[in-house]
Every structure is written in C-alpha cells, then in structure tokens.
Design a binder for this molecule. Structure first.
Ligand code: SD4
Length: 322
C-alpha cells in the first residue's frame, strides 16, 4: 500500500485509488474504536473479560490475547481447548496453538501433549527461538526446559467420552458440536496495535499426529498491523486449503469490511468443497476497531468487548442465507 493512500484512509479521506478504492469505505481505517477485543464462540465472553483487564489499563494487545485465551485453556470443564480437551482416536490429548503480534512476529506449537497452556509455549517460541513452529516431542521438550509443568490433560470426563466413542469408532465430526470451540481471539489496544492468538485441542477423535489450521499462521490466525487481524474456527482442513485468515486480511486490505472479507473467504470454501457436513467460522477485526464474521452454517457466534459493551454476536451464515 502506498504510504500516501494509506495515510489518506487513516484520515478518512478518499485519495486512495485503484484496487484500494474497490468497495472501499472511506472510513475503514479511521482510528476510532479502541481498545476492542473479539473472540470465537460463547466462551469468548469470559476470555474477553480477562483480556479486557490488560486492555483497559493501556496494556498491549499481545498480552491481552495471551491472558484471554489462557482462561479457556485452563478450564477443565471445557472439552475443546487445553486441559480436558477431547483426545485423538488413540486417547492422546494433543494441542495446537499460535500467537502473532503487531510486528508480524509469530510463534506456534502443534501436536503438543501434557502442557495446559500451549499459547504461552507458542509465545516463548516467538520470543526466545529463531523458529516459528515447534511440534510434538520437540515442543514438549522446549516447554519443559522453559519451566512449564507436565500435566495429564485427559480428564475423567474426556476419557469417558472417548471410551463411548470407541464403541463405534466413527469419525464424523458433528457440525457445531465436535468441530467447534477453538478459541481464536484478536485485539486492538489503546496504542492502535493488533495481535491475535488461537488455541485448541483440535477435532475430537482425529488421527494421531493430525494438526489442524489453528497453529498455522495464515490459516487459523493472521495479523497485519497495517490492516487487520482474523481468526478461524471449524474444520481445519478446509481452512488450511484456502489459507483462510491470510485471505480475510488481504481482502480487508483491498477495502472489504471485516464481515465482507469473512463472507468472501467462506464463499471460496463453499465453491470448492462439499461444505454440507462441516462448519467454518471466520472472525475479523480491522485497524479501525470494526469487527465482523461469517460462517457456513448457522450456529457460530462471537464475543465482542469494548469500553461500552460486552456481547455475544450471532454470525450470518451461508446456508442460513441471512
Ligand atoms: C481444527 N479448527 O483443529 C480446529 C477445530 C476448531 O472449533 O476450530 N474447532 O481443525
């Protein structure tokens, strides 16, 4: 983006031309609503509350998103993120997480066992290693070296669910049930900087070794501090094949609002893949603090918080035709 046109849009002006003027709203990048935090699904409300403690005190978005999603990772009653997550088909709870800051720096862990807060390990990968992704045994070794504790993540509740599943051993993720509930969070702080985090136990009863979209930069999460940030939830394979959140952010760069960008990314998936039996939800926040989402099937919602309100917003969907 040329500096002049970007600055013009920051000012709410209309100097930007060419591709940027396509569908551009003149105020899309007007610095306005900040701080603000959004996150996927209903449990995002309490994650946002935690993130808000950082944001309302003028803290950084990277700290806010880490603190926010950790609340869900540490909740053993929740069966889709962190401790208590449903295992793979062999009975292992394997976690995926990533984090990305306003400088474009990123860290990720995948196929990680025995650690309650993979997002914090991902942050250590980002800050203390020359790498972006550590996986499996190597990620665990790194976490233990960093002082994280080894914990049994398979709770009695998850083990009972797995034993029940094993009787039929059918791998058919149920829309909005077994393929939902990754927490993806993106935030804009009072300094105007964007960051994001995404963490999950992945699809229940996946093959051992399977890694989804959630720890992959550009798939489950992407942040570009000039433009906006996006996160994804749902069937990771479909998001991976379309570089989902990278696409959403690039569409915002071209002038789409967050909702329009999420919708276009869903349409790309729906055009190429048989979407009847899986859900995808995209959630985006732009540099102006405007948020939006879109999903394939009805049932996805996201949690919103700014200085005025905290609310759950029901997403428009492709098959719901709202
Ligand atoms: C995955 N995208 O592992 C994750 C699952 C998910 O809400 O988002 N569930 O494919």
């Amino acid at each position: 983006m040329k500096r002049r046109s970007f600055v013009a849009r920051l000012m709410g002006g209309t100097i930007g031309t060419g591709i940027l003027s396509h569908k551009a709203k003149s105020n899309i990048f007007r610095p306005g609503n900040k701080p603000v935090v959004v996150s996927t699904w209903k449990f995002g409300l309490k994650a946002n509350d935690e993130a808000w403690k950082v944001l309302e005190n003028g803290g950084k978005s990277i700290d806010a998103v880490e603190q926010g999603v950790k609340i869900i990772e540490g909740d053993a009653d929740n069966m889709t993120v962190g401790i208590g997550g449903l295992p793979d088909r062999d009975g292992h709870v394997t976690l995926d997480a990533c984090i990305m800051d306003e400088t474009g720096n990123a860290g990720s862990v995948c196929f990680l066992e025995h650690i309650v807060h993979p997002v914090s390990v991902a942050r250590k990968v980002m800050e203390d290693t020359p790498h972006v992704i550590l996986s499996g045994e190597g990620a665990l070794q790194f976490a233990l070296e960093q002082g994280f504790e080894k914990t049994n993540l398979l709770t009695e509740k998850s083990e009972r669910a797995w034993e029940k599943w094993k009787k039929k051993s059918e791998y058919k993720p149920v829309i909005n049930i077994e393929n939902h509930d990754t927490i993806g969070m993106v935030a804009l702080d009072s300094n105007g900087d964007l960051s994001g985090a995404c963490t999950t136990s992945g699809l229940a009863y996946k093959m051992h070794g399977r890694v989804g979209d959630s720890p992959i930069i550009g798939a489950g999460l992407y942040v570009d501090n000039e433009v906006g940030a996006a996160t994804a939830t749902g069937m990771g394979e479909a998001v991976l094949k379309t570089c989902g959140t990278f696409l959403v952010v690039e569409l915002m760069r071209q002038g789409r609002t967050p909702s329009e960008a999420c919708k276009e990314a869903v349409l790309r998936i729906a055009k190429k893949q048989n979407y009847s039996d899986f859900q995808i939800g995209f959630l985006a926040l732009n540099k102006a603090g405007e948020s939006g989402s879109y999903c394939i099937h009805p049932g996805f919602d996201y949690a919103y918080r700014d200085s005025q309100k905290s609310e759950l917003i029901n997403s428009k969907s492709f098959t719901g035709k709202k």
